[in-house]
Unconditional design. Structure first.
Length: 321
């Protein structure tokens, strides 16, 4: 496989392929991601970069899931996994994807093996106790997607405050506003709520708060439906802490034929299945590709002092079908 074949398959120039494969500037991030995806599909192997004795672990750890399949069914996490596969492969590293239900010393000891170059921990569901345990080890480690200020390792997070403030900017004091907390109350949700609460208070918005499970695949229960229906008033705007919640709520409203009561629904994360919603959902886009690029680069550079990066978020007016 050569660059000419990749260029033809991707519909770009050989120069653009060279920029993408060598991680150089000169093309947009969208074009870079497209080329890297095509290269992976064509089984391109950057032979000069391969380091046979190194492995980058992408460790998925929480008490909420028992297997990789759980994350692969959630579009946001699937996009992270896919991006890590592509980025680490093209950087010349093997990638070991592991899931565990509990972080313990045995797991930490595995990271000290000679063939483990670095570790990326998907920290979405990490507890304070988990972060404290990670702080006790000396390893080339990056925590991804957990805004804990207690973390002493390098981290790459979402700028949750920026995203939620942009949502509040689009809210009207004339609307009845429902804020939907996601369960479990993960660190990202807590950070989003803190930003929302402050911004809403400054804008003098009247808000009703409710809670719903945001990471299950089963159909909504009668209890969940009642929570939303009872909170609805005329001219209601709904702000959900993530897109899974927004989709669930849109499904309930559509099923109960209550769309006339809803002005807008806001979500967060910009997952690809939003286009399936019968009700348009406005959302905050998280640039997964940038998060993964930064995480891998931090691993490879092995900074002596922890580096903490919050990736900017962008408000999207609506998702087209």
């Amino acid at each position: 496989m050569n660059m000419e074949k990749i260029a033809k398959a991707a519909g770009v120039s050989k120069a653009a392929v060279s920029f993408a494969l060598n991680d150089k500037p000169g093309i947009s991030q969208t074009t870079r991601n497209h080329i890297l995806k095509i290269a992976e599909e064509l089984n391109y192997v950057p032979r000069k970069k391969i380091k046979k004795d190194t492995i980058v672990f992408f460790l998925i750890t929480n008490n909420h899931a028992q297997s990789l399949d759980y994350y692969q069914r959630l579009p946001f996490f699937q996009s992270i996994i896919d991006a890590f596969k592509t980025k680490s492969y093209l950087k010349g590293y093997n990638l070991s994807i592991q899931t565990i239900s509990q972080l313990d010393q045995e797991t930490l000891s595995n990271w000290r093996q000679d063939n483990v170059y670095g570790v990326v921990v998907l920290g979405t569901f990490l507890t304070s106790e988990d972060v404290a345990l990670l702080n006790t080890i000396n390893a080339n480690l990056i925590i991804l997607d957990n805004p804990s200020i207690e973390n002493s390792h390098s981290s790459v997070t979402i700028n949750n405050a920026q995203g939620m403030i942009s949502v509040v900017h689009h809210l009207s004091s004339q609307d009845s506003i429902i804020y939907v907390h996601g369960l479990p109350a993960i660190p990202n949700f807590n950070e989003r709520y803190a930003a929302f609460k402050t911004a809403a208070k400054m804008k003098k918005l009247k808000v009703t708060e409710i809670k719903m499970d945001s990471f299950t695949f089963s159909e909504t229960t009668a209890a969940e439906q009642s929570v939303i229906i009872d909170a609805l008033q005329d001219s209601t705007t709904i702000v959900a802490e993530n897109d899974y919640l927004a989709l669930k709520i849109a499904e309930i409203i559509t099923k109960k034929k209550l769309s006339h009561k809803v002005n807008k629904i806001f979500g967060f994360d910009n997952i690809k299945t939003l286009s399936q919603s019968a009700i348009p959902i406005k959302t905050v886009a998280v640039n997964v590709a940038v998060m993964v690029d930064i995480a891998i680069d931090l691993i490879l550079k092995e900074h002596k002092v922890p580096v903490h990066v919050a990736v900017d978020t962008d408000f999207i007016e609506g998702i087209k079908k």
